[in-house]
Design a protein around this ligand. Structure first.
Ligand SMILES: Nc1nc2c(ncn2[C@@H]2O[C@H](COP(=O)(O)OP(=O)(O)OP(=O)(O)O)[C@@H](O)[C@H]2O)c(=O)[nH]1
Ligand SMILES: [Mg+2]
Length: 428
């Protein structure tokens, strides 16, 4: 997410931190660079102007030229103003009603149906119901049905009139105690009266508590003008961006709040159910400026290791009692957190590391081809067992050898670290 922006800002940040003193001329030069970076990221030019002016005003209050750490001062100001531009505080969707009804609207292909599934997955403990609201395209209803199956939630098909479908779905939701209802409305290539009337009718009669506009993060400034048009015709609660995992430059995400006043609630970063993040302006600002986002990473680790006592695992590891079953559980935990490269991007400075996710799958297959006894005690895995494991997991004996070797080295290292045997490692 925001790769280009993050790279450029990280460079600028480092450069600024290197200065002992900064003259007015150097400050103006830095702000010119910020302006270029933002414009290149496709941020609306009016928004860029506003942003630069507000940063300048802040800096004037703080007297950069007299500061002993001018670089830090500018970076901190950029961070504060960027977070403010993105909305300041985190917008929370009000889901207190029961059922809480959310209507998803947006042009064709922006990712409404996919988003409906992600939302259902996120709110799974409220027994969500996904309602198909596109009567013109039968495939749309089928697509939502399979999304609902994947998200393991309830589904309501469209039949004839959309408003009647929504009302019938709401009745069923009340009868079956669904805590969340999501309307997956029809998309169109362009905004047209027909679509707007249909959406307005749903809004007037089924009275959803929230109207969320789903915007495609890849389309740039067009997304902002879509938001303006949808917002004038329907009273929206906020918006969500999808497809920010691609090479989306992110300018629209940074402009939409300032231009329309609509808060951003979520961003989608992939096609899987887990690829959804809440939009925290401060964390996103930190990420854009190349300062990482350790808070979101901590949230993900917490969510993925729910019910697993990480301290117990660490202790076992340090005692050298860690076996291949523990190893497999940890791998699964990491995989549950989603795409590894995306996780690394949240760690300051680690965004550019390459990770081969295929290797994870291979390692998992090898461990799964082992017997329980072999996992507990890998030392018994001899040549013929290795051949069997390789055949069972679709890998080669060399792959199995490498896994076992690395695992045994890790165990030795763990024992050394805890002082059990061998030279003690000094950890600082
Ligand atoms: N990479 C990526 N792809 C996404 C994301 N969200 C949706 N997609 C893909 O975008 C395409 C369109 O998504 P849909 O959910 O069908 O879009 P829609 O708005 O429901 O489309 P209509 O119902 O035709 O208006 C699909 O191929 C999705 O897999 C995302 O966050 N990242
Ligand atoms: Mg759809």
């Amino acid at each position: 997410m925001f790769d280009v922006l993050t790279d450029r800002f990280a460079q600028l940040r480092r450069k600024l931190l290197g200065y002992g003193r900064l003259s007015d001329r150097e400050v103006s030069q830095a702000l010119r660079e910020v302006r270029t970076v933002l414009l290149e990221a496709d941020v609306n030019y009016k928004v860029v102007g506003h942003f630069i002016r507000s940063v300048e005003a802040r800096l004037r209050e703080k007297d950069v030229a007299a500061s002993l750490k001018p670089g830090e001062l500018i970076n901190a100001t950029l961070y504060q103003e960027l977070a403010r531009l993105l909305g300041g505080t985190t917008a929370k969707l009000d889901l207190s009603a029961n059922p809480a009804v959310i209507s998803l609207v947006g042009l064709q292909g922006t990712g409404k149906t996919t988003f409906a599934g992600k939302l259902a997955h996120k709110l799974r403990n409220r027994k969500p119901l996904l309602v198909a609201c596109d009567p013109k395209r039968p495939a749309a209803s089928d697509q939502l049905r399979s999304v609902a199956e994947r998200a393991k939630c309830d589904f309501y098909p469209v039949s004839g009139d959309v408003v009647a479908t929504c009302l019938a779905a709401l009745k069923q939701a009340r009868d079956r105690s669904n805590g969340i209802v999501v309307f997956d409305t029809a998309g169109r290539l362009h905004i047209d009266d027909d679509l707007m009337n249909e959406l307005a009718a749903i809004q007037a009669q089924a009275k959803p508590h929230a109207g969320l506009l789903v915007l495609d993060g890849m389309v740039g400034q067009d997304a902002v003008s879509q938001a303006e048009q949808f917002h004038t015709r329907l009273k929206l609660t906020g918006c969500c961006f999808t497809k920010l995992d691609g090479d989306a430059r992110g300018g629209a995400v940074m402009s939409v709040r300032h231009v329309t006043g609509l808060p951003v609630f979520f961003v989608g970063t992939g096609e899987h159910l887990e690829d959804l993040e809440e939009f925290h302006p401060d964390r996103i600002a930190s990420r854009i400026l190349g300062m990482g986002d350790m808070k979101s990473l901590a949230d993900k680790v917490q969510a993925a290791t729910e019910g697993q006592d990480q301290r117990a695992v660490a202790e076992k590891f340090l005692k050298g009692k860690f076996d291949l079953d523990d190893f497999l559980n940890q791998l699964k935990g990491i995989k549950k957190m989603g795409n590894i490269s995306k996780l690394l991007a949240m760690i300051p400075g680690a965004g550019n590391l390459d990770v081969d996710e295929g290797e994870f799958v291979q390692v998992e297959a090898m461990i799964q081809s082992m017997t329980a006894a072999e996992r507990r005690n890998p030392d018994i895995v001899d040549g013929s067992r290795r051949r069997r494991i390789a055949a069972g997991s679709g890998t080669t004996v060399t792959d199995v050898n490498r896994l076992l070797k690395e695992f045994s080295q890790a165990r030795v290292l763990a024992r050394q670290m805890s002082g059990g045997r061998g030279p003690r490692l000094r950890l600082r």
